[in-house]
Design a protein around this ligand. Structure first.
Ligand SMILES: [Fe+2]
Length: 169
C-alpha cells in the first residue's frame, strides 16, 4: 500500500489539461491588456455580477467579468479546473482558504492576478467604491463548482455543488 501513496498524490495534483497555471496567467494577462485597449465591451450591472465568455476551445475558456461595489462570488472551488485571473481595472479582494490557517485575504490591484491550483477555495469581492473588471481563464473549461462555509469550529465545510456554464471568479 505504501508504494501506491506517492502515485495517488501525483495524480491528484495534476489536472487533465495541457495548460498549466503559468500558461493561464499569461493568457489572462494578455487578454486583460486587450480589454484595456477597448477591444471588448464591458457592461456594469449594479444588480448582479456581469460576465461574458470571450473565448472557448476544448482546453480552455476565458471570461470577462465586471464587479460593482460589494458584488462577490461566495467561497467556492473550480472542481477539476485550473484557473487564473488578471484584474483589468479597479481592485478586487480575494479571501482564500489556507490549510491550518483559515481564510487569508489579499488585494488584487489592476494588472495583478492570481492562479488557482486544484483545490483552491476562495471568495472574490469588490469592496471598493469604483467598479472592477477582470479576466478569468479555466482549463479544462469550467463545468462545476462547489461552495463552502466556514463552520463555528473554523473548519471548511462544503455546502453544495453546482454544474455551471456561466462565468465565475
Ligand atoms: Fe473562483
Amino acid at each position: 500500500m505504501l508504494l501506491h501513496a506517492p502515485r495517488a498524490a501525483r495524480v491528484r495534483s495534476a489536472a487533465p489539461t495541457p495548460l498549466g497555471l503559468a500558461d493561464l496567467s499569461t493568457l489572462t494577462s494578455s487578454i486583460a491588456a486587450q480589454v484595456r485597449t477597448g477591444a471588448h465591451d464591458v457592461v456594469l450591472d449594479p444588480d448582479r455580477r456581469w460576465y461574458r465568455r470571450l473565448y472557448a476551445d476544448p482546453f480552455v475558456d476565458v471570461w470577462l467579468i465586471s464587479w460593482a461595489t460589494e458584488q462577490a462570488t461566495e467561497l467556492h472551488d473550480h472542481a477539476g479546473s485550473l484557473g487564473a485571473l488578471t484584474v483589468v481595472s479597479g481592485e478586487l479582494q480575494e479571501q482564500r482558504w489556507v490549510a491550518e490557517q483559515g481564510l487569508r485575504t489579499r488585494r488584487l490591484r489592476a494588472g495583478k492576478g492570481a492562479t488557482f491550483a486544484l483545490g483552491h477555495v476562495h471568495d472574490v469581492v469588490n469592496t471598493e467604491p469604483a467598479h472592477a473588471v477582470s479576466v478569468h481563464a479555466y482549463s479544462p473549461p469550467l463545468t462545476a463548482m462547489s461552495y463552502y462555509a466556514v463552520d463555528p469550529t473554523g473548519d471548511l465545510r462544503r455546502t453544495r455543488t453546482v454544474l455551471t456554464t456561466g462565468g465565475e471568479a
